[in-house]
Design a protein around this ligand. Structure first.
Ligand SMILES: [Zn+2]
Length: 168
């Protein structure tokens, strides 16, 4: 088996949440391949780091607020007064009133479509969702950096600091 195939198995074992679920073949490979061992260690380290992350619950009302104002929102009733408008228009001819005046008073609703206010609200909601996502991603990245890089870099740094006499 190639290293690539072994690493696929390591991934699968990690996905199952179990270490030690590796097939015998993979375990034998790990015993002889340092690169794949390192790969497995990194993956385990990352896995532990992610599980150890504090769970920051989404503010309880956040998702609800987004749903309430998007998916569950009822469309604005734009045509409710159309019948009334027609009556008013007919009356306007009878009364010989200025149609221009009536137009401004009883103007039918504009065709359906997001208004500037609705667009701004949707944009704010999207930004809120992206904000939560970005914070979660940042936490994940921080954990990855802390665990993986620190485990590789800081031992070297620590060794250098604790044994200054060894330096040339
Ligand atoms: Zn290998």
């Amino acid at each position: 088996m190639t290293c690539e195939e072994i690493r696929l198995l390591i991934h699968e074992a990690q996905d199952d949440g179990g270490v030690g679920a590796l097939p015998e073949l993979a375990s034998r490979h790990l015993a002889t391949c340092g690169a794949c061992r390192e790969f497995r260690d990194d993956l385990e380290s990352l896995s532990h780091a992610l599980r150890a992350l504090p769970r920051v619950p989404l503010p309880e009302d956040a998702l609800d607020a987004v749903w309430r104002e998007t998916i569950r929102a009822r469309p604005v009733r734009l045509t409710a007064n159309a019948g009334f408008w027609r009556l008013a228009a007919a009356a306007s001819f009878v009364a010989a009133l200025s149609t221009a005046t009536l137009y401004f008073v009883f103007a039918p609703a504009p065709p359906p479509g997001p208004s500037a206010v609705e667009l701004a609200r949707a944009s704010a909601q999207a930004e809120m969702v992206f904000g939560y996502t970005a914070r979660a991603l940042a936490a994940t990245r921080a954990a990855t950096t802390d665990r993986i890089l620190a485990s590789k870099v800081s031992p070297a740094v620590r060794n250098a600091n604790s044994h200054p006499s060894r330096r040339p």
